[in-house]
Design a protein around this ligand. Structure first.
Ligand code: FAD
Length: 394
């Protein structure tokens, strides 16, 4: 085992969406760049965590909570900046539409955020939706909230761009090395991996589905969910589903039950049922999808997009890491607030924020006041977590 004596300013454990956003933000800051070490057990971008599958939705009329709107606006700016720095396309505007009953969770949430933050949007009846977007046929009584700026990010390219730029700016990235343990020691941290031991002034933990292994206090709070995705090729009316014509869509197909569909970028439309998957151990995930899982999504496409003949092209399994309220954790570790930051920004909707969250985390480790109120992302907001800490401390 090698011990690396020279301490780093910041060590980042996990280089998926949030970790790559963090190393990028740390190294793009003006002035002296901190000495940054990033470590990942795999070789990001990879297909075993939460950030694969070629496309991610980015939207602004944020149905989950209006507090996300200013953060996603900052993320939009930073994605554009990243795109320029990387010199390759990372985002395509398709527009977005949120569909469901007028008083349903999705439509209410999107309208509340859009109205509160003056997001450019239109509310269309079911018939107007079909007139505007011939591929989509909502049921009578459904409405659609259309937003102009929504679109698609290409997650593997985004992660590769952030890691590449961070590395060019001097970050040391170690791939294929697993963080086994860490401890706060003196006024810094010591991180032990499968290859050695590193000392740092600050530690950022962004382990995605493996967070509870790295922050055991979160074991009772975070639940990992198996999330299958499917790509279907439209064999008729294919132009109605092309990325040029069809927006990204979120559907509340029954009360509190939702699915998403992203338009065809040449490999078919991508669709999945949101949050109805099994709880899993991230090291023992069944990566095969069943006929039943495929049929469920195919039935939803046939119901709401009946123009096309749908043919399955591919399925993949991805992982959601959910908090009980489905909001993120972005916080200083309650026991080591001066040196450890914990980031679990998933619950099935975190990717779009990765650039902005990287910037927030960079502010936290540098003891700068973050530009957003992080109160709703506190690690200790869940009662079970507080109880565990109390028990541990007794
Ligand atoms: C199917 C699917 C669809 C989604 N759709 C959207 C969408 O449309 N829009 C959106 O905004 N969000 C979406 N999300 C959510 C978004 O993708 C996640 O919020 C985001 O990818 C989470 O990033 P992360 O950094 O937390 O996890 P990851 O990107 O998985 O990164 C965690 C990293 O930590 C590493 N790691 C773990 N343990 C260790 C260890 N001990 N040592 C070293 N490294 C370690 C892993 O190897 C991994 O690379 C979707 C997610 C899924 C699964």
């Amino acid at each position: 085992m090698t011990t690396h004596e020279r301490p780093y300013d910041v060590i980042v454990a996990g280089l998926g969406a949030m970790g790559s956003g963090t190393v990028y933000a740390l190294t793009r800051a003006q002035g002296r760049s901190p000495r940054v070490l990033g470590i990942d057990r795999f070789s990001p971008p990879h297909g075993l965590g939460s950030s694969h599958g070629r496309t991610r939705i980015i939207r602004e009329a944020y149905l989950e909570h209006p507090a996300y709107v200013p953060i996603v606006r900052r993320a939009f700016d930073l994605w554009r900046e990243l795109e320029q720095a990387a010199g390759r396309p990372l985002y395509t505007r398709t527009r977005g539409i949120t569909l469901g009953a007028e008083d349903g969770m999705l439509v209410r949430g999107a309208r509340t955020s859009a109205e509160r933050f003056e997001v450019r949007h239109r509310v269309l009846s079911a018939a107007e939706v079909t007139r505007n977007f011939p591929g989509l046929q909502p049921l009578d009584g459904m409405v659609g909230v259309v937003e102009e700026r929504a679109g698609v990010l290409f997650p593997e390219h985004c992660i590769a761009a952030m890691l590449g730029l961070a590395e060019r700016a001097g970050a040391e990235l170690r791939r294929g090395e697993t963080v086994l343990a860490w401890e706060a020691n003196g006024d810094g941290v010591v991180v032990r991996t499968t290859a050695g031991e590193y000392r740092g002034a600050r530690l950022v933990i962004a382990g995605g589905a493996w967070m509870p292994r790295l922050v055991p206090e979160l074991a009772g709070t975070l639940a990992v969910e198996r999330q299958p995705n499917h790509w279907f090729v439209p064999y008729s009316h294919s132009e109605d589903y092309s990325a040029a014509r069809c927006p990204v869509t979120l559907w509340e197909y029954a009360p509190y039950r939702t699915f998403y569909m992203l338009p065809d970028f040449g490999d078919g439309v991508k669709a999945g049922v949101h949050h109805e998957g099994q709880s899993v151990d991230p090291d023992h995930v069944n990566r095969q999808t069943s006929l039943e899982e495929v049929a469920r999504v195919a039935d939803l496409l046939r119901c709401f997009m009946p123009n096309a003949e749908w043919q399955l092209r591919e399925s993949q399994v991805c992982l959601y890491t959910n908090t009980p309220d489905l909001h993120f954790i972005i916080d200083r570790h309650p026991s080591y607030a001066d040196r450890v930051v914990v980031v679990s920004a998933c619950s099935g909707h975190g990717f779009k924020f990765a650039t902005a969250i990287g910037e927030i985390v960079a502010d936290l480790v540098a003891e700068r006041k973050p530009r957003f109120d992080l109160d709703m992302f506190r690690m200790t907001r869940f009662q079970t977590f507080g109880l565990e800490l109390m028990t541990d401390n007794q």
